[in-house]
Design a binder for this molecule. Structure first.
Ligand SMILES: NC(=O)c1ccc[n+]([C@@H]2O[C@H](COP(=O)([O-])OP(=O)(O)OC[C@H]3O[C@@H](n4cnc5c(N)ncnc54)[C@H](OP(=O)(O)O)[C@@H]3O)[C@@H](O)[C@H]2O)c1
Length: 245
């Protein structure tokens, strides 16, 4: 049986590092490639690591061209890149609670990390996935990126940047239906997961609703085989339920 290769982008994060481990354990892929800004202190022998600064498109393009030139056929690419809080231009960025909290530095941070960098990867990985084998391209999005499902408000930058990512996914799927008919794109909401991203916001999470990275990653990997190009794009939560866009 044909075994494709898998690529995890944002592989050093809480969810990304767990994805790499479970993909290796599954033995479903010929090789597992891992892209991150920093390499792990204890690399795993079976993983092919690539240190890439995704803020420069030239770095993304040259990695993808080099993998393509080596004829490495990928059937799974997953991007875990994203941020809910951090530092931009030496200023802390935290999710906005009200209109007065909006400023361009924070919006720059959210859109750069949650929308623009994933969009540049979306453009460059097509050449790795296109082919005769069914392939999945997954982006970690978030339920708060749903325009239809927005009941609570707040978190302007994070919400809007994930909604914009979802729109890029929908638009790209329409184009791929014409030029790369084997690729299904998935926007995935992992639930609230115990990682550095959710740490400052875990107090309000209902009991039993703070998941481990291991749980949400196994949910995702279990649902992937059932997803088809015909029904793509998907916007799915950790239970495999469709979220309204
Ligand atoms: N955790 C949750 O509760 C939750 C809920 C909904 C959605 N999500 C989504 O799930 C994804 C993974 O989140 P996580 O919980 O694993 O968070 P995390 O541990 O903070 O990991 C985030 C990842 O994004 C990468 N990243 C951030 N800014 C970057 C930049 N400017 N350039 C390149 N890489 C950058 C990080 O790389 P470095 O390691 O190099 O910093 C890291 O690999 C995110 O897209 C997030 O929005 C998470």
């Amino acid at each position: 049986m044909f075994k494709g290769n898998a690529l995890v982008i944002g592989a050093s994060g809480g969810i990304g590092s767990e994805l790499v481990s479970q993909l290796i354990q599954s033995s479903l892929y010929h090789q597992v490639h891992a892209v991150s800004r920093t390499l792990p202190s204890e690399p795993v022998r079976e993983v092919c690591y690539h240190k890439v600064d995704s803020e420069d498109e030239g770095n993304i393009a040259s990695l993808c061209q080099s993998l393509r030139a080596q004829n490495i056929q990928f059937t799974l690419v997953i991007s875990c890149i994203g941020a809910l809080h951090g530092v931009n231009d030496e200023h802390p960025v935290t999710p906005e609670k009200r209109l007065e909290d909006i400023n361009s530095r924070n919006l720059d941070f959210y859109f750069a990390t949650n929308t623009i960098i994933p969009a540049i990867w979306l453009k460059n990985v097509e050449q790795l996935l296109k082919g005769k084998h069914e392939a999945k391209l997954v982006f970690f999005s978030a339920r708060v990126g749903s325009i239809t499902d927005n009941k609570l408000g707040g978190w302007y930058g994070y919400r809007a940047s994930k909604a914009a990512l979802n729109m890029l996914i929908q638009t790209a799927q329409i184009e791929l239906q014409r030029r790369a008919k084997n690729i299904a794109i998935v926007s995935y909401h992992p639930g609230t997961v115990d990682t550095g991203l959710s740490k400052p916001f875990q107090n309000n999470v209902p009991k039993g609703k703070l998941f481990t990275a291991a749980f949400t990653v196994s949910q995702l990997l279990n649902m992937l085989p059932d997803l088809t190009v015909q029904n793509a794009p998907y916007y799915l939560d950790w239970q495999g339920k469709r979220i309204p866009w």
